[in-house]
Design a protein around this ligand. Structure first.
Ligand code: AMP
Ligand code: MG
Length: 328
């Protein structure tokens, strides 16, 4: 069976095609970027309107398929930015009704976890999901993907993007911060905000802005110290979730997981506790259509369908709202 997946929760419009064996036949995306300043939701949505037709056509061409080969269309129903979500949902509804194909709405965060599982062959991992708006530590327990820890305010990617903006860099800021961090030499103490199983990044953001205003430290040292601190926070909570759930696999997901220093620190933590760390390729870490297609395929096989009436966007949907029907 073959499923087309449409991703449009935030800055990326993606179209991916997966087969029933877990092969990605296509994974095409086009992301909204800026040279200076952050992401404006209405502009991101306008970007999606402009590229959506072309991205889907390129995915079909890459996979060398015709519409009659597609069995179902999946789309990311939530969580995400309303403006962006609406474009993917509208495109999916039009395609599904025009072609008479079944439709499956999927949860974006769970899609990150399932693509990580199929691409790395991890069986029952804890997922450290670190993206722009989302920061969650997720694991399967009792028919649901439960959140064992999460950010109490902004996502870790938002922190990186916001600090990059303070430094006059454009969006996305994560890769630019990583580059500056690699040139840092001195560790500056930054607030370490782990609260129980949760993390908080809002105060760190303010702290950094003040540091820049005072001008006492180089931006390289600040970026270096920032990365060391926030990655340690994320891995402390991930490790505790692994210990609590008795799971010995960690999968990384989300755009921030492209960061090689985070990967290195996660690998070290896992080695020290005799666990394994898995990182899918970058194209499956950042938002992508293949992960939506794959979760759609799993749900479709489990009998899940979304009617046109039910296909509304769910900007605030939570990972643990979804009943996991496709795992036993
Ligand atoms: P996503 O929403 O999952 O596509 O992730 C987007 C976020 O990932 C943005 O906040 C980016 O700044 C961040 N990001 C992308 N590449 C990197 C990187 N190499 N290091 C850190 N953050 C990154
Ligand atoms: Mg994401």
């Amino acid at each position: 069976m073959i499923v087309l997946g449409i991703e449009s929760t935030a800055h990326t419009f993606g179209a991916g095609i997966m087969d029933g064996q877990g092969n990605a036949l296509a994974n095409v995306k086009d992301s909204y970027v800026t040279k200076k300043g952050g992401m404006i939701p209405a502009r991101a949505a306008q970007h999606h309107v402009e590229v959506c037709g072309d991205v889907i056509r390129r995915a079909m061409e890459t996979a060398r398929l015709r519409w009659k080969d597609i069995d179902a269309i999946a789309f990311s129903q939530g969580p995400g930015i309303g403006h962006s979500l609406r474009i993917g949902a509208m495109m999916t509804r039009s395609l599904a009704s025009r072609l008479g194909l079944p439709l499956v709405g999927v949860n974006h965060c769970i899609a990150h976890l399932e693509i990580g599982r199929v691409m790395t062959r991890a069986k029952d991992p804890v997922l450290l999901y670190v993206s722009g708006a989302n920061t969650q530590i997720i694991a399967y327990e009792g028919k649901k993907y439960r959140i064992f820890g999460e950010t109490l305010d902004i996502g870790v990617g938002n922190l990186l993007d916001s600090f990059a903006r303070t430094l006059g860099l454009g969006f996305p800021g994560g890769p630019k911060i990583a580059e500056l961090a690699s040139k840092g030499k001195t560790y500056i103490k930054i607030p370490y905000a782990v609260k129980g199983m949760d993390v908080s990044f809002g105060g760190i953001n303010t702290f950094l802005k003040n540091m820049i205003r005072e001008g006492k430290h180089t931006k390289e040292d600040l970026c270096y110290s920032l990365q060391e601190t926030i990655f340690a926070m994320l891995l402390e909570v991930s490790e505790r979730a692994m210990a609590h759930c008795g799971k010995n696999e960690l999968v990384l997901g989300g755009g921030v997981a492209c960061n090689t220093r985070l990967q290195e620190m996660a690998g070290q933590m896992c080695r020290e506790r005799g666990a394994r760390m898995y990182v899918p390729e970058n194209q499956y870490l950042t938002d992508n259509g293949a992960m939506i297609a794959w979760l759609g395929l799993l749900q479709y096989k489990a009998g899940n369908r979304t009617s046109i009436e039910e296909s509304v966007t769910l900007p605030y949907q939570r990972t643990d709202d979804v009943e996991v029907t496709w795992r036993n």
